[in-house]
Ligand binder design. Structure first.
Ligand code: IPM
Ligand code: MG
Length: 361
């Protein structure tokens, strides 16, 4: 089959890691008889450099015309990059938020999985790790504080800034449904995370999630306050299966969850709308400090490409093959610098991509 893929190379290490993911996808095409047509889309700093803004309508239209979007990472060093001299709405991150909104990508799935081979990279003590952990954060991505009204103004001579956290029941329901559907294919547990002891938006969140839960009698639902969840993630990460939460909490908790796996360079993510369309990107940032050095770990992007095969293109076999290839390369002891441990063989970005592509069968 032929599929159209929008490719966003992005900034920092983005172009390097996307190149390796594409290499792996090309191998998938060879082995399984597919062909992918790639359309390049500019986002973030790369778009600012060409168009003066981080996302153009043309970029959105190109992305929409494709079956899925595969992305590296965007953004630069906020201290040194000229992009951060622009007003906030013209900076790279604003482009990312705008494309999420324009494509209605309300469901952000961020798996955090402890690879057996990478147990040594986990910063937690052995007794906390237990039998390991395998969770997925389902983060609402197009509402809440990120998209509420905001302003900074002088009130009675005092500078005052306002951000608005708003959710309606429909926004909560559709992300809750995603979480329950996903839990049904996993360990059948949803932990809904909120701050219902303080926030109205969280109280509505809890109420709607409970209503949705009634349609999924075989799934266990628990509620957890976000501060407690932050603690539980390092205390006993094995207790989680699906964590369902709003945009800002999900942003924070997903970084924490990725850190306990010890390897943010390994974690993929998918952002989906109501259809099978999605945008796939690593959970990590653009790491401008190591850009162009050939040492970035391309695995998170390669695993994001695997998620794309599975969720948007319905190519489960091919997705399995990519994930198995990653696992095999790790088993053979190859590591990029970020996940390096004693006795392993250190490789760079390109070599890691070659090794994984070679293993696609
Ligand atoms: C993420 C990132 C973005 C977010 C930034 C770059 C705007 O941190 O994808 O988690 O906060 O959503
Ligand atoms: Mg984040």
């Amino acid at each position: 089959m032929n599929y159209n893929i929008a490719l966003i190379h992005g900034d920092g290490i983005g172009p390097e890691i996307v190149t390796e993911a594409k290499k792996v996808l090309d191998k998938v095409c060879d082995v399984y008889g597919h062909s992918f047509t790639y359309k390049n889309v500019l986002l973030g700093g790369a778009s600012i450099d060409v168009h003066g803004i981080p996302l153009t309508q043309e970029a959105v239209d190109t992305a929409k015309s494709c079956d899925a979007v595969l992305m590296g990472s965007i953004g630069g060093d906020a201290k040194t990059s000229p992009w951060y001299k622009l007003e906030p709405s013209k900076r790279p991150e604003a482009g990312l938020l705008a494309i999420r909104k324009a494509l209605n990508l309300f469901a952000n799935l961020r798996p955090a999985y402890l690879y057996d081979e990478l147990k040594e990279a986990c910063p937690l003590k052995e007794d906390r790790i237990g039998d390991g952990f395998d969770m997925i954060i389902v983060r609402e991505l197009t509402g809440g504080l990120y998209f509420g009204e905001r302003k900074t103004e002088e009130v009675d001579g005092v500078m005052t800034a306002v951000d608005t956290l708003s959710y309606n029941e429909n926004e909560i329901r559709r992300i809750a449904v995603k979480a329950f559907e996903i839990a049904g294919k996993r360990k059948k547990k949803v932990t809904s995370v909120d701050k219902a002891n303080v926030l109205d938006s969280s109280r509505l969140w809890r109420k709607v999630v409970e209503e949705v839960a009634k349609d999924y009698p075989d799934i266990t639902l628990e509620h957890m306050l976000v501060d407690n969840c932050a603690m539980q993630l390092v205390h006993n990460p094995g207790q989680f299966d699906v964590i369902l939460t709003e945009n800002m909490f999900g942003d924070i908790l997903s970084d924490e969850a990725s850190m306990v796996t010890g390897s943010i360079g390994m974690l993929s993510s998918a952002s989906l709308n109501e259809t099978s369309f999605g945008l796939y990107e690593p959970s990590h940032g653009s790491a401008p400090d190591i850009a162009g050095k050939g040492i970035a770990n391309p695995i998170a992007t390669i695993l994001s490409a695997a998620m794309m095969l599975r969720f948007s293109l319905n190519l489960d076999k091919e997705a399995d093959a990519v994930e198995a290839a990653v696992q095999e390369v790790l088993k053979e002891g190859y590591r990029t610098g970020d996940i390096m441990s004693e006795g392993c063989k250190k490789v760079g970005t390109v070599e890691m991509g070659d090794l994984i592509a070679d293993k696609i069968k």
